[in-house]
Write a new protein. Structure first.
Length: 337
């Protein structure tokens, strides 16, 4: 499978700009969806994602998105070990963009040993050689985190098939995201303006429900693209611990960024509003970013696209190369010795 010729793998701004097109690029093979439907007919006790970093986040998106519809547990493992509750009635979806991530390969071999049903997603490496399993082949040459739209557009239909749900159409989502990104400045803010507010601060992204993984993704994108410290948390849980952490450091450099949904329940909405007011009173300057979209899926993707662009803007404002991840590379190199 080839990427559009306008996609420049060594240019993160270009990749983030193409986020909508990457969502509708991958044509998942019908044999893979048929296999997933077969597994559904045979009975699936649960779905366990294996992956690390940029390859793992799609699992969190799918879990949050399908939490209401899927009647089976969906879990995400970022470790060498497969959880012991995963058995041969579970489906394991192992994702490694490079195909060589040791934690993912280790948990995958445990899944293999216990006879779990397995679906792989990779662009190559050792994982691509595991020919006895169904493999979704991802195009090579991207940074794994930039491949999120490709991975997510493959993973969601697979999980929908495994759970016996209607399959999402990604073509229309491409249009939605393009339209929304053309008008970011009108309905949200220019990404550069938000990035400027991050300079000298540590962003703390706070989401709830379907926007909780978006907060986590934003934290990771600031880490990897902007090479800056960032945190994430989730409501309502953060109201029971994190809220206490700002008292002594009144006016500290943390910048809370509330990821708000137009589809919030009354209870969550109220919690966000009260938390915002309390943080203001503590001397912080929280920002509200309101997602836009008719569905939870649209909100998740639209806001992810916007936050990804903020991470690129921040990198550029700080004269940092958003593509290279030298420390991750060096660590993997040392571990492989
Ligand atoms: C780099 C990135 C990393 C990798 C992680 C796992 O762009 O996003 O977080 O995703 O180191 O590697 P892969 O994805 O190759 O399994």
């Amino acid at each position: 499978m080839k990427l559009l010729s306008s996609i420049k793998p060594d240019n993160m701004r270009n990749l983030v700009t193409h986020f909508p097109q990457l969502l509708s690029t991958l044509q998942i093979e019908s044999s893979i969806l048929n296999t997933a439907r077969e597994f559904h007919k045979e009975g699936v006790n649960g779905i366990c994602f294996l992956g690390m970093g940029g390859s793992s986040i799609a699992g969190n998106y799918v879990r949050a998105l399908l939490s209401k519809e899927a009647k089976i547990p969906i879990s995400v493992t970022r470790d060498y070990l497969l959880p012991t509750h995963v058995d041969n009635k579970w489906v394991v979806i192992a994702i490694s963009y490079s195909g060589n991530t040791e934690e993912t390969l280790s948990a995958l071999s445990m899944a293999n040993e216990i006879g779990s049903r397995i679906i792989l997603m990779t662009s190559g490496g050792k994982m691509a050689q595991k020919s006895k399993h169904q493999i979704v082949h991802l195009p090579e040459g991207l940074q794994p985190r930039a491949a999120l739209p490709l991975i997510f557009s493959a993973v969601l239909p697979v999980v929908e098939s495994l759970a016996g749900l209607k399959i999402t159409n990604f073509q229309y989502l491409e249009e939605v995201l393009i339209n929304k990104s053309n008008t970011w400045n009108e309905w949200l803010a220019p990404p550069k303006e938000i990035a400027e507010a991050f300079i000298g601060k540590t962003p703390l992204f706070i989401g709830a429900r379907h926007l909780a993984p978006v907060a986590y993704r934003a934290k990771c994108q600031i880490n990897e693209n902007s090479k800056a410290l960032a945190f994430h948390s989730e409501l309502p849980e953060a109201n029971h611990n994190e809220i206490e952490s700002f008292v002594k450091t009144n006016g500290c450099s943390v910048l809370p960024v509330f990821l708000r949904s137009g589809l919030e329940s009354t209870k969550i909405n109220r919690r966000f509003d009260v938390t915002y007011d309390l943080y203001l009173e503590m001397g912080l300057s929280p920002i509200n970013l309101l997602a836009s979209g008719d569905t939870r899926l649209e909100e998740m993707l639209v806001l992810t696209h916007f936050l990804d662009m903020i991470s690129v803007e921040l990198a550029e404002l700080c004269s940092i190369d958003p593509v290279s991840v030298e420390k991750i590379k060096e660590l993997k190199h040392r571990l492989s010795r």
